[in-house]
Design a protein around this ligand. Structure first.
Ligand SMILES: [Zn+2]
Length: 257
């Protein structure tokens, strides 16, 4: 079984299943690496995909995910019979759906995984928000897509993030920081100058700010997540490790009676 990271504000929603995988799971009292890579398809990935789903008591072999490209396109999952392989062909960095019993997932290692749930319309969305995606407003696009496709009102949305690199460990050069400095100005709580031409960014906090700007209530956003570098023993970090595994963040709607 896998001891999954979950978010309190979302745990209260009994018709939503969600969770993020850590880097280990325990089988017969033994700790083993839990490994999913973006390539997918490999035997180990398929095996671990099933272990992950079973840990959430989801009786399926696979979850649905798109090909993530650090862009700002939102994939709307409308067809309940679509094949996993078909969904995988779409290049996008967010998925939204109204389909129950259909597990959707994003993979991350430092980037921010964001789960969005609308308990009124009973629809969900998942976002992969790295630096580029955040800069290109992937979260705002996803909130807009939920409104456009399903009539969601931002004030009803509940948003939770998973483990991601935080400002304590995410230092970037001036050219990477510049679009954020222009947008939010310096010395805000999520962009800090660290040394000459270096800046630290806190992507979960930036996305919280963007969520609020799009109309989500601050009390409905959970962004106080562990840092993947500080807690690298628990979470994969691309920044710290280079080539490494991915954390899987999943959301699934249960059927509403
Ligand atoms: Zn850190």
């Amino acid at each position: 079984m896998i001891s999954l990271f979950s978010i309190n504000v979302l745990k209260k929603q009994r018709l939503l299943i969600h969770g993020t995988s850590p880097r280990f799971y325990v089988i017969n009292g033994e700790r083993k690496p839990f490994f999913c890579s973006e390539k997918g398809g490999a035997r180990l990935f398929l095996k671990h995909e099933k272990i992950f789903l079973n840990s959430l008591e989801i009786d399926r072999e696979n979850f649905l995910r798109v090909t993530q490209v650090h862009g700002n396109y939102v994939y709307v999952l409308k067809d309940p019979d679509i094949l996993v392989s078909e969904v995988g062909k779409f290049e996008a960095d967010a998925i939204i759906t109204h389909i129950p019993n259909c597990p959707i997932a994003v993979l991350t290692a430092d980037c921010v995984p964001i789960i969005i749930y609308d308990p009124i319309k009973h629809v969900t969305g998942l976002v992969h928000a790295g630096r580029m995606g955040t800069q290109k407003n992937i979260l705002t696009n996803t909130i807009e897509a939920l409104s456009r496709e399903y009539g969601s009102s931002p004030k009803d949305l509940i948003m939770g993030m998973g483990p991601a690199i935080r400002g304590c460990c995410y230092e970037v050069n001036e050219s990477s920081a510049l679009p954020f400095i222009k947008k939010y100005s310096l010395c805000s709580e999520f962009i800090k100058k660290t040394e000459k031409n270096k800046f630290s960014l806190d992507l979960p906090m930036i996305n919280q700010f963007e969520g609020c700007k799009a109309g989500v209530l601050k009390e409905n956003i959970h962004s106080d997540v562990p840092c993947t570098v500080c807690e690298n023993h628990r979470w994969y970090s691309y920044r710290k490790e280079g080539k490494t595994g991915r954390l899987v963040t999943l959301a699934m709607l249960q059927r509403r009676e």
